[in-house]
Write a protein that binds this ligand. Structure first.
Ligand SMILES: [Zn+2]
Length: 138
């Protein structure tokens, strides 16, 4: 099943408007209109919601992930040609991981635990990584 077919299969009120182009109802705000625009370009599926919903959220609601929008497994970023999508995805992963660490440390500090120096250093590193990752996502 193509990436587009997999997505369209889970949406409602799907209507093809041109080759490789469809409209459908947004699964989040679920209005009667078709605010969701779906396009298939070079084996990639692009989603735009005119209602303003974020693609990640839309996919989560219908049980898919961003990688489901790609026909083939993602190619690794080629040297000298930065892959913006790849960079952002890596940044999100970093934020996710580092924030969890920070949250655990914050709980310990709030509970009155004095963190050993090695953990404080790690915390500073986490802050740096989050800051850098946020920049990538801008
Ligand atoms: Zn929406």
């Amino acid at each position: 099943m193509s990436a587009a077919a997999k997505l369209l299969d889970r949406l409602e009120r799907v209507k093809q408007v041109a080759p490789g182009r469809w409209i459908a109802s947004c699964p989040i705000h679920n209005t009667k209109g078709q605010a969701l625009s779906i396009r298939e370009v070079d084996g990639r599926v692009l989603i735009h919601d005119f209602g303003g919903c974020v693609t990640d959220e839309i996919l989560r609601v219908i049980g898919l992930t961003v990688s489901d929008l790609f026909e083939r497994p993602l190619p690794h970023a080629k040297s000298g040609k930065p892959n913006q999508w790849h960079a952002r995805n890596g940044a999100f992963e970093t934020i996710h991981k580092e924030c969890r660490l920070v949250a655990i440390a914050a709980e310990s500090i709030a509970a009155g635990v004095l963190l050993p120096e090695v953990e404080r250093d790690r915390l500073c590193l986490a802050a740096e990584r989050i800051r850098a990752a946020v920049e990538v996502c801008r």
